[in-house]
Design a protein around this ligand. Structure first.
Ligand SMILES: C[S@@+](CC[C@H](N)C(=O)[O-])C[C@H]1O[C@@H](n2cnc3c(N)ncnc32)[C@H](O)[C@@H]1O
Length: 305
């Protein structure tokens, strides 16, 4: 997922307004929710890997940067975690309001506690006791001091507790590469121009997790796909490309901007057949049961790619 900066309004673009209007956080919230729907296979695989690493059913779970609750709800609803109490942490009250509403709708609100906290602050103080599982999906790259957050997480987990970190990985590709517009290479130019702005944020936490003391650290690679042939995929791509359009008004040629606007129009109209593919990494990192001066030397980071 792209970072959570509020996208700039693109009203200065000369063909505005065929895509979803941006400007409040409701589109970002919808984008997060759709990311969770389309990323459900990744989520399920990460949940399974976490359950396997834990061995026993967790009682206390902390969701770091919980957003609208994609991870919190999946954790609450997963059979392996049905007795867990989830503490959902986020700096955004409005995201947590959405999470709480979704939890009430799913009738799992009695197992979820939301906390408005800054992950760069003393967030472990809100936890009643040690956590069995920590979950940080698409959030660690947002914090100012990830190493500090990883150390805090290490300390907040019980011995043998597990941290799952997920981030966007790899290169985004579009098929067809012209997004159905006839502008050859349009997708690559969008991806290249966004990369120059630092989007999407990708990060490899393998070494940082080991340095925080986690062992073993396993990295799993997954494919994330959004197809315009599905309603959710078309809406996701319309939101994503509308954010891209807003970011790239100074970077793409006028013809490319017009073609991008046309691609969004086709997505909104339901006539697009674009498929976007990107990647996700999930790390399963364990707080070792044995402590001691050599803990950093045991269990060098594994890689399950
Ligand atoms: C991209 S969203 C991911 C949300 C959710 N984990 C998911 O997988 O859909 C990142 C979330 O991290 C939150 N966040 C960013 N920086 C934060 C900070 N310093 N403290 C707490 N939350 C933060 C944002 O408010 C946002 O909800």
């Amino acid at each position: 997922m792209t970072p959570t900066q509020t996208p700039a309004n693109h009203s200065h673009h000369d063909r505005p307004g065929h895509g979803p209007a941006l400007g409040d956080d409701s589109n970002l919230a919808e984008f997060q929710n759709l990311d969770g729907v389309l990323g459900a296979p990744v989520l399920a695989a990460a949940l399974n890997a976490a359950a396997g690493a834990l061995g026993t059913a967790p009682r206390t779970v902390v969701d770091l940067g919980a957003g609208t609750g994609t991870g919190t709800l999946a954790l609450t609803l997963a059979a392996q975690f049905q007795n867990a109490q989830i503490h959902s942490l986020d700096a955004s009250p409005s995201m947590l309001d959405r999470l709480a509403a979704a939890a009430a709708t799913a009738d799992v609100d009695d197992r979820i506690e939301t906390h408005v906290v800054d992950l760069d602050g003393d967030w472990p103080a809100v936890l009643p006791h040690e956590a069995d599982l920590a979950w940080a999906a698409l959030s660690l790259h947002h914090v100012t001091d990830p190493a500090r957050v990883l150390s805090q997480t290490f300390e907040a987990l019980r011995l043998g507790g597990v941290l799952v970190v997920t981030e966007v990985a790899g290169v985004t590709t579009y098929d067809p590469a012209d997004l159905g517009t006839g502008r050859a290479g349009l997708g690559e130019r969008i991806v290249g121009a966004l990369a120059a702005h630092g989007y999407p944020v990708t990060a490899d936490w393998t070494i940082a997790l080991a340095e925080a003391g986690f062992a073993p650290v396993e990295r799993h690679a997954y494919t994330f796909t959004a197809s315009a042939r599905t309603t959710d995929g078309a809406r996701y791509l319309a939101l994503q490309l509308t954010m891209s359009l807003a970011r790239l008004t100074e970077d793409l040629s006028a013809d490319d901007l017009t073609a991008l606007d046309d691609a969004i129009t086709a997505l909104v109209a339901g006539t697009s057949e674009v498929v976007m593919t990107s990647g996700r990494f999930s790390w399963i990192a364990v707080r070792p049961i044995t402590t001691g001066s050599n803990q950093h030397d045991t269990g060098a980071p594994g890689d399950s790619r």
